[in-house]
Design a protein around this ligand. Structure first.
Ligand code: GLN
Length: 196
């Protein structure tokens, strides 16, 4: 069975656990660094990226998370989690974990559209997926090695780079678990490759 962790320091953790279980995998709420070793994949949830960063530092998660990424273990950042994975952040000199070749702008949809839903077409996950955007970031630009999976209007809202996945929206808050299932599939593939 595939085991997917959800970084449990802050943010929308419980919803991800439900979505992972509904996708047929085992879910683990990760609160200690040692737990990373048992995972086939890790979700960085939505929440507040600056708060999450503070807690990542406080509990000694930064290096272990970078190591996890270095080993190319599957990681999925949703909303604030996408901000954590980006190598470039508009208006900031330094990234957080900084492993995806994308430039992300925080709170990019503006005040009037703080929160909204949109039907999205997502490569690999399907059509008419209701994306829930909450003070969402978006991807301003990507390098050639990054695959754009979904756009909303002229904005990139879902990307994949190897074993890393990121979405501007929260895929875990509705009963449609296709995006989580897509990530579980990535973790399955990565695990199968390792065994051979
Ligand atoms: N605006 C938040 C941030 O900058 C992200 C919002 C979310 O994760 N729903 O961290």
């Amino acid at each position: 069975m595939i085991t997917i962790g959800v970084l449990g320091l802050q943010g929308a953790v419980r919803e991800h656990v439900k979505a992972i279980e509904a996708s047929g995998a085992k879910a683990v709420v990760v609160k200690k660094v040692e737990q990373l070793a048992e995972l086939d994949g890790l979700i960085l949830p939505g929440g507040e990226s600056t708060t999450m960063r503070r807690l990542i530092d406080k509990y000694g998660f930064m290096e272990p998370l970078r190591q996890f990424a270095k080993e190319e273990k599957p990681m999925f950042g949703t909303c604030a989690g996408m901000i954590l994975l980006a190598k470039h952040l508009v208006g900031y000199n330094e990234p957080h974990i900084g492993v995806m070749d994308i430039t992300v702008e925080r709170n990019a949809f503006g005040r009037q559209r703080e929160s909204f839903e949109a039907a999205l077409s997502i490569k690999g996950a399907g059509e008419e997926f209701i994306g829930v955007f909450i003070r969402a970031p978006y991807v301003v630009s990507v390098d050639d090695n990054v695959e754009v999976l979904s756009v909303h209007g002229d904005r990139i809202v879902a990307v994949r780079q190897g074993n890393f996945l990121a979405t501007s929206f929260h895929p875990e808050v509705t009963d449609d678990h296709r995006v989580t299932a897509y990530f579980v599939g990535m973790a399955e593939e990565a695990k199968a490759k390792k065994v051979v």
